[in-house]
Write a protein that binds this ligand. Structure first.
Ligand SMILES: Cc1ncc(COP(=O)(O)O)c(C=O)c1O
Length: 353
């Protein structure tokens, strides 16, 4: 039985952090000095350790490469004004990873060890957390099947890792979405609510097509009728109509976003009504036409809140007003909680001492 105390730590002799220009961090391309890694075989997780980041030897028959047993998480570590690294709702990511693991026939990872692994890695990499407002150390926990086997069944050996990548402040311009009528992301009974690598693979081609038409991201519609709004690229979606917020309900096809659940709490705390329910694209078009669509934004770990300018839908364009930016205020509140500038009244932050 492994415990959180058994994480072995091997550090590099010379950190590469001195080579990083914190004022100009290339997004998603810079990685810290270390990784957390743990192996699963014989029905157990073994040997949790933090060690220098390196390539992982992989057998060409590793099952993740062929059958896609691969899941991941995305989260951020920030630093408080007095220099203490902090994690945002880490327990939620631990639970969501295990939700994805169950759906994909993979072993669960002990949730305490998930959080302890994050804390240990973030502690070792604390100099890599960019201090500027809106910046963070992006953390990518993931699990994949590394058993060499040709045949369709659940693998028996897996790896769980956490890698980290510093991310500069993200100033999102207002984005344009393409409501997709041909391709779908997820259907009832599929893997849409798991954070499975294959969901993203299937989204790449439709996203490239949307980009070639001048849009930033795909707005996914339901698989049966292409009528109900699901989510956006790597974000959940909110609309404000006539002073009230709505967001699609968790119907089994969309991801239970941790930013989404936090935005619901912050909006309600600010006195707004938020309803989670099926939302049709016709309803959004009608609200835009009659002037009641007051705002629309995506929510996700990478960007926080991304404002939507317009939605292309076949030959039509749904315009979104740029007044009444309640979402911006919510984003400021979330950032202030993440950097300890305001009280963490929801008890969301974990300090890394
Ligand atoms: C498909 C999808 N939906 C929504 C989200 C937003 O989730 P979260 O707020 O937990 O980052 C993400 C990002 O992880 C995503 O990949």
């Amino acid at each position: 039985m492994i415990t959180t105390e058994t994480i072995k730590i091997t550090t590099v002799e010379n950190s590469k952090v001195s080579e990083l220009d914190f004022g100009n961090i290339p997004l998603g391309r810079t990685f810290t000095d270390h990784m957390f890694i743990c192996d699963y075989h014989d029905g157990q997780w073994n040997n949790p350790r933090v060690e220098p980041l390196s390539h992982i030897p992989t057998h060409p028959a590793a099952m993740a490469l062929h059958y896609g047993q691969a899941i991941f998480e995305g989260m951020k570590a920030t630093v408080s004004e007095d220099g203490i690294p902090m994690l945002f709702r880490a327990q939620k990511n631990a639970a969501r990873l295990n939700f994805s693991a169950r759906r994909m026939g993979m072993p669960e990872f002990p949730e305490d060890l998930f959080v302890e692994g994050l804390k240990t890695l973030v502690n070792v990499e604390r100099n890599w957390i960019p201090p500027q407002d809106g910046s963070a150390l992006y953390l990518r926990p993931f699990m994949y099947a590394d058993e060499p086997f040709i045949g369709m069944r659940a693998a028996t050996s897996f790896k769980f890792l956490i890698i980290a990548s510093p991310a500069g402040p993200f100033f999102s311009k207002r984005i344009k979405l393409w409501a997709e009528k041909k391709y779908i992301r997820a259907a009832e009974g599929g893997t849409g609510e798991a954070k499975a690598a294959g969901n993203y693979a299937a989204a790449i081609r439709p996203t490239e097509i949307a980009k070639s038409k001048g849009y930033d991201q795909v707005l996914w519609l339901d698989a049966n009728e292409h009528k109900y709004i699901q989510e956006v690229g790597t974000m959940n979606i909110f609309f404000k109509i006539g002073g009230k917020f709505i967001t699609p309900n968790l119907d089994g096809a969309i991801l239970d976003g941790i930013t989404r659940m936090s935005v619901v709490d912050v909006l309600e705390d600010k006195g707004f009504e938020v309803t989670q329910r099926p939302i049709t694209i016709d309803e959004i078009k009608e609200a835009s036409d009659n002037g009641t669509l007051e705002e629309a934004f995506g929510t996700g770990t990478a960007v926080g809140i991304a404002y939507i300018q317009e939605i292309g839908w076949g030959d039509e364009t749904i315009h979104v007003s740029d007044e009444s930016p309640v979402g911006l205020d919510v984003n400021d509140t979330l950032n202030a909680i993440k950097t300890g500038k305001i009280e963490d009244k929801f008890n969301w932050m974990t300090q890394v001492q």
